[in-house]
Design a protein. Structure first.
Length: 93
């Protein structure tokens, strides 16, 4: 291994912008980056026939998520496998 980062022919450049310096809420608690709300988005693969809609909620790993957008149905031309991809988000803070 040469120690170089791998290049991707069709990759895109991503720039990270940090939020402001840590702050404090009304109770004196530290707020990372000057804000106290954090959104966590996950992508969940479900069986092809999963009855899930854009207004549903999901629960797993001890957390509740709101479905974010319509479910996407995918069919692989290579394997024949069919799945449903759901984006879900939870907000804390």
């Amino acid at each position: 291994m040469s120690g170089r980062e791998p290049g991707f022919a069709f990759g895109r450049t991503v720039t990270v912008h940090r939020s402001g310096p840590p702050g404090r809420d009304a109770y004196g608690n530290d707020i990372p980056g000057g804000r106290d709300t954090v959104a966590d988005t996950v992508h969940v693969l479900l069986p092809a026939g999963a009855a899930v809609t854009a207004t549903d909620r999901l629960a797993f790993d001890g957390h509740r998520y709101e479905v974010h957008g319509p479910p996407q149905r995918f069919h692989s031309p290579l394997t024949g496998a069919c799945v449903t991809l759901v984006a879900a988000r939870r907000t804390t803070g």
